[in-house]
Design a protein around this ligand. Structure first.
Ligand SMILES: C[S@@+](CC[C@H](N)C(=O)[O-])C[C@H]1O[C@@H](n2cnc3c(N)ncnc32)[C@H](O)[C@@H]1O
Length: 200
């Protein structure tokens, strides 16, 4: 797990730097994550940061969880009546079984040595038919992209602490938790996108 201190320092510049690093992927992936009508749903933005998902999505109830005070403080600048921000460690999240229709996790899975635990936890707190939507960097097969991921991204962007998985590993983690895979795609060679459903 990345040192919490890092996000306390980077928070003021986070949105700017992420847009710069991701280029057009920043908006296109948010659009893809939010490509359905969720206005009647209860949603959790897990590791919500400054609000990439939870300040854009339309939902009945929006819960954002993150462990960084500074990231949450920036998030809270966008006032939304139905939004609740919770400070906490995602490994210890404490929600009721079947509480949410959707769980989103964007650009955060690589912070977790044991992300499969969060996948299992997400399964428990989703309603039957509910979906987990994940977007993040991944472990490319292509040797050039893999070199880029494990040098520049790992040591310059992520300060040496980064946990990435191949597409096959993602498929296994998601299926082992019981999810039905609707979408599992590599995006622009560097990112993984997953939309998976808990059976009815
Ligand atoms: C790269 S940011 C992504 C934020 C946001 N989801 C986005 O897409 O812009 C990763 C976030 O994960 C949070 N985070 C990392 N480890 C965490 C943990 N164990 N529990 C809760 N939040 C965590 C960090 O504080 C940070 O806000």
């Amino acid at each position: 797990m990345v040192e919490p201190k890092f996000f306390e320092t980077i928070a003021p510049a986070y949105d700017f730097l992420t847009r710069l690093f991701m280029g057009g992927t920043y908006e296109s992936m948010r659009k893809r994550m939010l490509n359905e009508d969720t206005s009647h749903m209860d949603i959790l933005d897990l590791c919500c940061g400054t609000g990439y998902i939870c300040n854009t999505i339309e939902a009945r109830r929006i819960v954002g969880l993150d462990q960084s005070d500074a990231m949450l403080a920036r998030n809270a600048k966008v006032k939304r009546e139905n939004k609740t921000l919770i400070k906490g460690n995602a490994y210890q999240m404490d929600f009721k079984p079947e509480e949410f229709d959707r769980v989103y996790n964007s650009s955060a899975s690589h912070e977790f040595k044991l992300f499969s635990r969060l996948i299992q936890k997400s399964y428990e707190i989703l309603k039957p038919g509910g979906k987990l939507i994940i977007f993040d960097i991944y472990q490319p097969k292509n040797p050039i992209l893999s070199f880029f991921m494990n040098t520049f991204v790992r040591y310059v962007v992520e300060r040496g602490i980064m946990f990435v998985h191949t597409k096959d590993e993602w498929r296994k983690m998601l299926q082992d938790a019981g999810f039905i895979i609707e979408e599992l795609d590599v995006v622009r060679g560097l990112y993984i996108f997953a939309r998976v459903r808990k059976p009815e």
